[in-house]
Design a protein around this ligand. Structure first.
Ligand code: HEC
Ligand code: HEC
Length: 231
């Protein structure tokens, strides 16, 4: 009995260990030194990023600059590496995402710093002890994606069938996964990315099946649905 359960356990462990990891498919995992995460350093680096992505990583200019706050640290770090290697093209970030300005050993710190920023979608109730300054700071972190036109019901169906597996329930991402959440991200930014996926300019798993054949109204419907998920 005991031996049998040890066998079943080893088999299970073996199966888990041999499951493929999606994200490492396209770039070879490099052998890296143990990394130090320094949130103060992250905050300092963020002063540069803030020029475009906002003080709290909230992004801006109607989605020209994506929201970074709350994205998985592993995802942020991976994208920065892709920018540095020019595997993902990004002209505006070129002067910042290079070895001189952002050495590899600093990436985990800025990624962790941005990842832990929590934006709220609603203004909280204040009590009489809250100072005007505190209110101002809180107000700056209130961020909500405006509803967009489109068939929300159809968008939800498409999302559940084609996207939820990886991007999580209601677009919120998945605990412990480096796949980015889509809820709370700018509509214009995501539509632009989907165009890049469809043309192959940016890599996405199964892009051919997911995006190339999709009608503009279907993408619009998914965006309409996602814009309701952070209300
Ligand atoms: C001059 C403007 C500018 C600055 C400064 C800048 N970025 Fe960006 N960043 C952009 C733009 C534009 C994009 C979106 C590119 C696209 O459309 O694919 C982007 C995209 C990103 C993404 C991808 C987000 C996602 O959801 O995939 C990450 C991560 C990122 N930037 C991190 C940083 C960090 C960290 C810094 C500071 C070291 C920084 N950026 C500084 C303009 C900037
Ligand atoms: C098999 C898993 C998987 C499925 C299914 C999937 N995605 Fe993704 N998606 C990813 C991963 C992983 C990334 C990050 C890609 C990278 O590393 O650059 C991503 C990135 C994205 C991005 C860019 C986010 C950003 O912040 O830049 C958008 C937009 C997106 N997916 C939309 C969709 C939509 C819409 C669907 C359904 C039609 C979908 N995805 C289905 C795994 C998936």
């Amino acid at each position: 009995m005991f031996k049998q359960s040890v066998f079943v356990f080893s088999l299970l462990l073996f199966t888990l260990l041999s499951l493929p990891v999606y994200s490492s498919e396209e770039t070879e995992e490099e052998v890296t030194e143990p990394v130090e995460i320094d949130l103060d350093l992250g905050e300092e680096i963020n002063e540069v990023c803030a020029g475009c992505h906002g003080e709290f990583g909230q992004g801006g200019k109607g989605g020209e600059y994506p929201r970074l706050a709350g994205l998985p640290a592993g995802y942020i770090a991976h994208q920065i590496k892709l920018f540095k290697e020019e595997k993902r093209k990004n002209m505006p970030m070129r002067p910042y995402a290079n070895d001189r300005e952002l050495p590899d050993e600093d990436i985990p710190s800025i990624a962790a710093y941005l990842s832990q920023i929590k934006l709220t979608t609603k203004m909280p109730e204040f009590d009489e002890n809250t100072t005007a300054y505190e209110k101002l700071l809180i107000a700056k972190k209130v961020f909500n994606i405006a509803r967009v036109e489109g068939d929300v019901e159809l968008g939800k169906e498409l999302y559940v069938d084609d996207c939820k597996l990886c991007h999580g329930k209601n677009g919120k991402g998945k605990e412990g996964s480096d796949t980015p959440p889509l809820s709370g991200q700018y509509t214009e930014y995501m539509t632009r990315q989907i165009k890049h996926f469809a043309t192959g300019e940016r890599w996405h798993e199964y892009a051919e099946d997911l995006f190339e054949e999709m009608e503009p109204e279907e993408i619009q419907a998914i965006m309409a649905y996602l814009s309701t998920t952070d209300d």
